[in-house]
Each structure stands twice: as structure tokens, then as C-alpha cells.
Design a protein around this ligand. Structure first.
Ligand code: NDP
Length: 284
């Protein structure tokens, strides 16, 4: 079997064009504030891409760059200002933060209605309960790619590799809400290959280059690779050994060009949704 390649780049471009068209019809411009602390080079690239994508779609986006020495109290004061600013619909604090700042404290300081990353415990809780929430961008991208593949989710056996708060857990919650039977795998799982082999859907988010091998994949499974791992050669690799798994799967994503661009598209979508909901809420 040769897998169909799920082109996240092309899909994200279509989504971004749709979002821009939608924003052009609005009587207001959604506002996004992206906060970065310190000079992590990968974070700087992510933030630049997010701001550019947001501007291109018509979102009033601005990046607030703070030095690595910024005190936690100063960052919390900035978040309070952004929470109170009516022109700011979405607030994103780029992770990781410098070690002297408690990331969780900062995440919890963001107004849940402006939490376009969907990391606030209120949004995470709503998601687990199956209630409307701002849902993390990468997991939304994963679900959209599964839809694009025409994957039947109800009753399907899904293996999610990785249980982080930003990818694995929310993906598992979304798949559960879509009636899949989900197994969440992690570093303490006894036989991860055997668990994967039983799955019709495999989502890899472990941060280990090419960990998922071809003989882990059931014939015809759909494989979504969230991993971004930069090798010593400077090349990006996913968590999935692409050629081996593509030989077994019915559909598969590539790295780069799969989940990554979808994450940015859903940041724009979340900003649009936050802006719309805040206006509905303001009307009482
Ligand atoms: P984390 O490091 O927060 O979590 C990794 C998870 O994988 C943990 O649950 C960990 O288990 C599990 N794990 C690690 N090693 C193994 C192993 N050998 N066997 C089984 N499970 C293992 O990573 P993230 O969730 O933040 O990110 C995962 C990957 O996705 C990374 O490559 C990251 O760069 C990428 N990513 C991509 C995004 C995109 O836009 N495409 C966005 C976000 C992340 P345990 O809990 O037991 O420690």
C-alpha cells in the first residue's frame, strides 16, 4: 500500500484564505498579542511566523518582546494589561519561558476568553468535559487532517503517543469527543509498538526523531506526525519513520508540511472565534 500524503501546508493555505475572507467582512478587526520572553531562536522563528500569518489574514497582531531577565511580576502585569485591553481578543505567551518564571502561573493569569492557545485550565477542563472551549491549535490541526483523510472516527481504535498538556492530552480528549476508542501512550507504557499496531489511527507527539517504525503500523492505518525534531545535520524530522510507515499506512503526514502549518491556521481561527465570542458576551 502507498499512503496518501495529507498536505497540511496546502490545507492551511486554504484555511488562511478563508479566514482572511471572513475577517474582511467583519465590522471589527480581531486583535492578537503575542508575547515572547528571552531570545530562544526557535521561539523567535515561531513568533515571527505567527505574527506574519495573523497580519496577512487581517488580524491586528503585535509582538511584545521582553528580555530574558524580565521578572515574573512584570510579565504578570503585562498580561493583566492585555486582559483589560478591549482591542486585544487573543493573548499568546510563547513557551518555553525562562526558568525563573513559572509558566503555569503565567498561563493561569491569561483571561480564559482570550486564551487562544487553549492552555488555561478552564479551557482544558471544558475540553475534557466535552463543553465549548478555546481548543489548543495543534490538536485542532490534527483533527482537521484526520477529517481531510476522510477518517471514520466513531468506534475507531486510536493510539496517541505522548501525553503533554499541549498536544497528547487534548488530542486524546478531542478523539474521545469524536467517539474514537483512545489509548494514550507514554514513556511508561509497557509495549508501545504492540499498542500502536492495534490502532487504526496513530498520532505521534513524543519529540523523539523517527521513533515510530513501519512495523508498528497496522495496514491501512492513518498516521499523523506532530513531532518536530532538529537533527545534528540541521534537518527537521518527525516522530515517525516516514518511508517505512508510508508503505503501511493509508494516509500519512510529512514533517515539515503536515501538522506545523495547521497549528498556525488554527491560531488565526481561535483568534477569530475569541473575538466573536467576546463580542457576543459583551452584548449580554
Ligand atoms: P513533551 O516533551 O511535553 O511530551 C512528550 C511526551 O512523549 C510525554 O508524554 C512523554 O512521556 C512521551 N515520551 C517521550 N519519550 C517517549 C518514549 N521514548 N516512549 C514513549 N513516550 C515517550 O512534548 P510536546 O507534546 O510538547 O511535543 C511533542 C512533539 O511535538 C515535539 O517534537 C514537539 O516539537 C512537537 N510539537 C509540534 C507542534 C507543531 O506545531 N507541529 C506543536 C507542539 C509540539 P511522559 O509523559 O511519560 O514523560
Amino acid at each position: 500500500m502507498t499512503a496518501r500524503i495529507l498536505d497540511g501546508k496546502a490545507l492551511a493555505e486554504r484555511m488562511r484564505a478563508d479566514i482572511a475572507a471572513k475577517i474582511a467582512t467583519l465590522p471589527y478587526r480581531p486583535g492578537l498579542a503575542v508575547v515572547i520572553v528571552g531570545d530562544n531562536p526557535a521561539s523567535a522563528v515561531y513568533v515571527r511566523n505567527k505574527e506574519r500569518a495573523a497580519r496577512e489574514s487581517g488580524i491586528a497582531a503585535r509582538t511584545i518582546a521582553l528580555p530574558a531577565t524580565t521578572a515574573e511580576s512584570a510579565l504578570l502585569a503585562l498580561i493583566a494589561e492585555l486582559n483589560a485591553d478591549p482591542a486585544t481578543d487573543g493573548i499568546l505567551v510563547q513557551l518555553p519561558l525562562p526558568a525563573h518564571i513559572h509558566a503555569q502561573r503565567v498561563i493561569e493569569a491569561i483571561d480564559p476568553a482570550k486564551d487562544v492557545d487553549g492552555f488555561h485550565p478552564i479551557n482544558a477542563g471544558y475540553l475534557v468535559l466535552g463543553l465549548p472551549a478555546l481548543v489548543p491549535c495543534t490538536p485542532r490541526g490534527v483533527m482537521r487532517l484526520l477529517a481531510e483523510a476522510g477518517t471514520r472516527l466513531a468506534g475507531a481504535r486510536a493510539a496517541v503517543l505522548g501525553r503533554s498538556a499541549i498536544v497528547g492530552r487534548p488530542v486524546a480528549a478531542l478523539l474521545t469527543a469524536a467517539d474514537a476508542t483512545v489509548t494514550l501512550l507514554h514513556s511508561r507504557t509497557r509495549d508501545i509498538a504492540a499498542e500502536c499496531r492495534r490502532a487504526e489511527i496513530v498520532i505521534a507527539a513524543v519529540g523523539r526523531a523517527e521513533m515510530v517504525r513501519g512495523d508498528w503500523i497496522a495496514p491501512g492505518a492513518v498516521v499523523i506526525d506532530v513531532g518536530i525534531n532538529r537533527g545534528a545535520d540541521g534537518k527537521l524530522r518527525g516522530d515517525v519513520a516516514f518511508a517505512e510507515c508510508a508503505a503501511k499506512a493509508s494516509a500519512i503526514t510529512k514533517v515539515p508540511g503536515g501538522v506545523g502549518p495547521m497549528t498556525i491556521a488554527y491560531l488565526l481561527e481561535n483568534t477569530l472565534e475569541a473575538a466573536a465570542r467576546r463580542r457576543v458576551a459583551a452584548m449580554g
